[in-house]
Design a protein around this ligand. Structure first.
Ligand code: ADP
Ligand code: MG
Length: 473
C-alpha cells in the first residue's frame, strides 16, 4: 500500500498516474529520470537531470503533471522543477527521433527525445518549436519535383547533403515565397541524417536564431548559445533575410559563420532575396554569402506545376483527373503552396458534397464567390469572427501588443486566413501593422502544430473555419 501522507508515497503514486497518461516511449524518455525534491503542502518540486529536461517538461507536460499531482493530492498543487544532475533512473533511449511529423495523420506526435551527446541550452519561449530538429518528413528530395525553374537549386542541395562541407559552402538559395526553399532545406537535413547523428545538425529559422540570441544575451547564456551553433556539422538557417537591420545578431552570426566555415562545416541558407539585395545587411556577410554557391528558385513552368499537382494529389490520396490538374496549374502560377491549397479545397468540397472530383467541382471550390450562398472569405470577416470568439478587439489584434490574450487569436487569424484565402504571407502580415511574412509563417505553423496536438483547440479552430464557410481543415 502506498502511504499518501508521505511525500515519497505520493510521488510514487504520481509516477504511476503519469505512466498511464503518456505513452511508453514518452514515459521512458521524460519521466524515468524525474525525482522528488520536495512535496510540501501545495508545492511539489521535482528534480530533473538538466536544463533541457526542465524546459521540455515545463513546455510540454506541465499541465499534465499538475493535473496528475492534483489528482493524487486531492488539492490544488503548484509544480516546480529543479535541476539536480543526480536525478534517478536510466538514461533515455538514444535513437534519433525527428519529432512531430508535419505531414502525418493518425497517431499523436511524439515529443522528441533529447540528444545524448550534445544538450542544447534552452531558450526563451521554449516549447515544441525549440525541439532540436523539427523536420517535415514529406519534404524529401524524392517529393521535390524538378524542372528547369529549380533544377540548379535542387542539384546543389543534393550535392551539399551528400558531401557536406565540400561541394559548396555556404549554399545560399533564394527566391520568392512558396517556391520550395524550405522544402529543399528540410530535404538536405533529412538526407544528411540518413548517415549522421541528429545532434550534428542544426536547423532553424533566422527568426528563431535571432530570438534565441536575444534570450541568451538577456540571460547571460551566450556560451551555451555559441556551443550549440558552433559545434555542428551542418547548420541550416531558413529565411536569413530576417537578419536585416539586426546588427548584433548579424555580428553574432558572422562569428558563427566564420567558425563553421573555418572548420569545414556546412552552412545552408535560404532567403527571399539575393545576398546583395537584402536591405541593411552588413557587407562582410554579403560577401561571405557569395563564397560558396548562390542559386535561386524561379517560378515553375506549366509542366512543372502540373507534375507538382499530380504528385501532391497522390500524397494526399486524392484522385484528380487531368483536366483538373491543368485547371489548377493554370489558375495558380506563382506559388506552389497555393497549388496545394487548391487541392485541399477541392478535396474538402468533394467530401462535403459527396461528389467525385471533376472540373465543375474544382471551379466551384476555387472560386470563393461560387460557394453556395456563402459570402467570400475576407480578412475582415476572419478578424470579426475570430475576435468575436475570443472577445478581443480587432484593433488590439492589429496592434503591436503581445501577451497570450492577443497573440493566440492573432495567430489563429493568420492560420485561418492562410487556410481559407489565397492571400500571401506578406499580404496577411500587412493586416497586422506590416508584420513580416516570417512572423506570419511562424504563427501559421504554431497553430497547425497545436491543432494536431490539442483536440480542444482543434475543435475551436475548426468551428471558426466552419462558421466562415470554408471546409474544416
Ligand atoms: P518557400 O520556403 O520557398 O516559401 P516552401 O518550401 O514552404 O516554400 O514550399 C511551399 C510548398 O510548396 C511546400 O508544401 C512544398 O512542399 C511545395 N513545393 C515547392 N516546390 C516544390 C517542388 N518542386 N516539388 C514539390 N513540392 C514543392
Ligand atoms: Mg520558407
Amino acid at each position: 500500500m502506498v502511504d499518501l501522507s508521505d511525500p515519497a508515497g505520493r510521488f510514487e503514486r504520481l509516477m504511476s498516474a503519469l505512466r498511464s497518461r503518456v505513452n511508453r516511449r514518452q514515459f521512458a524518455t521524460w519521466f524515468r529520470r524525474v525525482g522528488l525534491d520536495r512535496w510540501e503542502g501545495a508545492d511539489l518540486v521535482v528534480r530533473v537531470p538538466n536544463l533541457f529536461y526542465k524546459e521540455w517538461l515545463r513546455s510540454s507536460f506541465h499541465d499534465l503533471i499538475t493535473r496528475a499531482a492534483e489528482d493524487v493530492a486531492g488539492a490544488p498543487t503548484r509544480v516546480g522543477y529543479v535541476v539536480a544532475p543526480d536525478a534517478p533512473g536510466t538514461p533515455p533511449p538514444a535513437e534519433a527521433d525527428l519529432g512531430p511529423d508535419e505531414g502525418g495523420e493518425g497517431d499523436p506526435p511524439e515529443v522528441p527525445s533529447p540528444p545524448e551527446a550534445h544538450v542544447p541550452t534552452p531558450f526563451a519561449g521554449s516549447g515544441p518549436q525549440d525541439a532540436p530538429l523539427r523536420l517535415n518528413r514529406t519534404y524529401t528530395f524524392s517529393n521535390f519535383i524538378v524542372g528547369p525553374s529549380n533544377s540548379v537549386a535542387h542539384a546543389s542541395a543534393l550535392g551539399v547533403a551528400r558531401e557536406p562541407g565540400r561541394a559548396y559552402n555556404p549554399l545560399f538559395i533564394h527566391g520568392p515565397v512558396g517556391l520550395g526553399k524550405t522544402h529543399l532545406l528540410h530535404a538536405i537535413c533529412l538526407e544528411f541524417l540518413e548517415r549522421c547523428p541528429r545532434d550534428r545538425v542544426c536547423f532553424l529559422s533566422c527568426e528563431e536564431f535571432t530570438n534565441e540570441f536575444v534570450h541568451a544575451l538577456r540571460h547571460n547564456q551566450l556560451e551555451g548559445f555559441r556551443d550549440r551553433f558552433r559545434n555542428v556539422e551542418l547548420l541550416v538557417i531558413d529565411d536569413i533575410h530576417f537578419l536585416k537591420g539586426k546588427e548584433r545578431t548579424q555580428e553574432e552570426f558572422f562569428h558563427t559563420f566564420n567558425r563553421l566555415y573555418q572548420t569545414g562545416r556546412q552552412i545552408v541558407l535560404s532567403s527571399d532575396a539575393a545576398p546583395g539585395e537584402i536591405p541593411m545587411l552588413e557587407e562582410r556577410l554579403v560577401s561571405r554569402f557569395h563564397w560558396g554557391l548562390v542559386t535561386n528558385l524561379d517560378h515553375p513552368e506549366m509542366e512543372t506545376r502540373m507534375a507538382i499537382v499530380q504528385h501532391k494529389a497522390a500524397l494526399h490520396g486524392i484522385q484528380v483527373p487531368n483536366e483538373v490538374v491543368e485547371y489548377i496549374a493554370t489558375t495558380f502560377r506563382n506559388n506552389i503552396r497555393e497549388l496545394e491549397g487548391a487541392l485541399v479545397s477541392i478535396r474538402a468540397r468533394a467530401s462535403v458534397t459527396q461528389r467525385p472530383v471533376c472540373l465543375e467541382l474544382a471551379r466551384e471550390a476555387l472560386n470563393g464567390s461560387a460557394r453556395t450562398n456563402a459570402p467570400a472569405v475576407t480578412m475582415e470577416r476572419i478578424l470579426d469572427t475570430v475576435c468575436g470568439h475570443y472577445q478581443v478587439k480587432v484593433s488590439d489584434l492589429r496592434s503591436k501588443r503581445r501577451g497570450r490574450s492577443v497573440s493566440e487569436p492573432r495567430q489563429v487569424v493568420m492560420y485561418v486566413a492562410r487556410t481559407l484565402t489565397n492571400l500571401s504571407l506578406d499580404e496577411i502580415g500587412a493586416h497586422f501593422g506590416g508584420r513580416d511574412h516570417t512572423t506570419v509563417l511562424y504563427a501559421v505553423r504554431r497553430v497547425a502544430d497545436r491543432v494536431r496536438e490539442d483536440p480542444a483547440f482543434a475543435a475551436i479552430v475548426n468551428r471558426l473555419v466552419d462558421r466562415l464557410g470554408g471546409a474544416p481543415s
